[in-house]
Design a protein around this ligand. Structure first.
Ligand SMILES: *Cc1c(COP(=O)(O)O)cnc(C)c1O
Length: 408
């Protein structure tokens, strides 16, 4: 299937000609604007929606309780839905090639809602592949929402399934090692159990998991979808049936997205393809330079590319963090500026040290989210932060470097 073409479904259900991803990014969720005489999408900050027809409202509430479908017309109350947030949901669903998407206050709120949907059906067992984002790992390991997790590798998924398995969870490329999972193979191994793919790192620009058989595509929209480091959000792209259950859980538990965040996310999507492609080109150039550098033991960079780079240093990784000046030493990723962090200290601190190392997150590993700065400026900052080069002939030689494309 052509990765750059999405098949579109207009609001009224009529199929329109497939449009390229770049076109959808700037038009999806905005189809009605020109007819309304608007250019920028309106922000609806209403918490409640007046109605003189309480019989009609009762029917709309009953309908929501039955299917979780978005109410026709005004949403009754802000926790049931919001028109500005709905624009973002429509757009993301188009980009991911799913029927629907449901937005939440954060990526963790989105994952929590998925676990609650399955748990409420008595399907509390989860099969998951490490590494996952540190807090996702923790949420599953701690069983905070009543789930029980079996950790396995991709080849072990089929054997790990039980009658009460409600979900299989993978990240690809994974946070922070950038390890990739064969999504089609895992989706096959799942049988009828829904596969959730955390697509935060790849974004729909590089990978659309629903095309490979994933039923649920999760994003920390805080990262690339927002893209400017100023919105916390999460979203699940999926079929309409699952979306209905997610909306009901969102209504019941309250992890809603603020309309202003919905507006910023829709704006973020319009530049997503451009941002991801530009940052990925810079990341690939930095990977080339890191892989040839004698201070760097190993570089991790996924086959599908992207703007995330991980590398292991021979020296003290804390010194690299302390040494950057242009690059921002901070957790999170996917912003216009370049960020670097030490997963063992920060993003994956919450994961037990043995589990963390077992998943390939070495104490020498640094994770960098490449932004839109000039590649030479970034390299000069990294070069300074990496410190003194080893004496010629001493220490480690370049042959220790794993070819970047194979370093997962
Ligand atoms: C950040 C992140 C999350 C959690 O998202 P929040 O928006 O911080 O709640 C989940 N998965 C991945 C891969 C992430 O990077």
């Amino acid at each position: 299937m052509d990765m750059d073409t999405t098949s579109t479904r207009a609001h009224d259900g009529v199929r329109t000609a497939p449009r390229a991803l770049a076109t959808e990014a700037v038009h999806a969720g905005r189809d009605d604007l020109a007819r309304q005489g608007l250019h920028a999408p309106p922000i609806d900050l209403s918490t409640t929606y007046p109605s003189y027809d309480s019989r009609g409202e009762a029917a709309r509430i009953d309908a929501f309780a039955t299917t979780g479908a978005e109410p026709d017309g005004p949403p009754v109350y802000g926790r049931l839905g919001n028109p500005t947030v709905a624009r973002f949901e429509t757009a993301l669903a188009r980009l991911e090639g799913t029927e629907a998407a449901v937005a939440f206050a954060s990526g963790m709120a989105a994952l929590s809602a998925v676990l609650l949907v399955r748990g409420s059906m008595g399907l509390r067992h989860v099969v998951a592949v490490r590494p996952l984002y540190g807090c996702s790992d923790h949420l599953l390991t701690a069983g905070l929402l009543g789930s029980e997790v079996t950790w396995t590798d991709p080849a072990g998924v089929a054997d790990a399934l039980r009658p009460d398995t409600g979900l299989v969870i993978v990240e690809s490329p994974a946070n922070p090692t950038l390890a990739e999972v064969d999504l089609r193979a895992v989706a096959h191994a799942c049988g009828s159990v829904p596969l959730l793919v955390d697509n935060t790192f790849a974004t729909p620009v590089l990978q659309r998991p629903a095309e490979h058989g994933a039923r649920l595509v999760l994003h920390s929209a805080t990262k690339y979808l927002g893209g400017h480091g100023d919105v916390l959000a999460g979203v699940v792209a999926c079929d309409e049936e699952f979306a209905g259950r997610l909306r009901q859980v969102r209504f019941a538990t309250g992890g809603v997205l603020h309309p202003l965040a919905g507006y910023l996310l829709l704006r973020g999507l319009s530049t997503l393809p451009v941002r991801v492609r530009a940052a990925s080109a810079t990341a690939a150039e930095l990977v080339r330079r890191l892989a040839a550098d004698p201070r760097v033991a190993r570089v991790h960079y996924p086959r599908i590319g992207g703007a995330m780079v991980a590398f292991e240093v021979y020296g003290d990784p804390h010194e690299v963090i302390a040494g950057v000046r242009l690059i921002t030493p901070a957790v999170s990723l996917g912003s216009v500026d370049t960020l670097i962090q030490h997963p063992a200290s920060i993003s994956h601190r919450i994961v037990d040290a043995d589990d963390r190392r077992g998943a390939g997150v070495s104490d020498q590993l640094l994770r960098m989210s490449v932004g839109l700065e000039d590649a030479d400026d970034l390299w000069s900052d990294l070069d300074g932060a990496l410190g003194r080069r080893p004496e010629r002939g001493a220490g480690n030689c370049a042959s220790n470097h794993v070819a970047p494309a194979l370093a997962n």
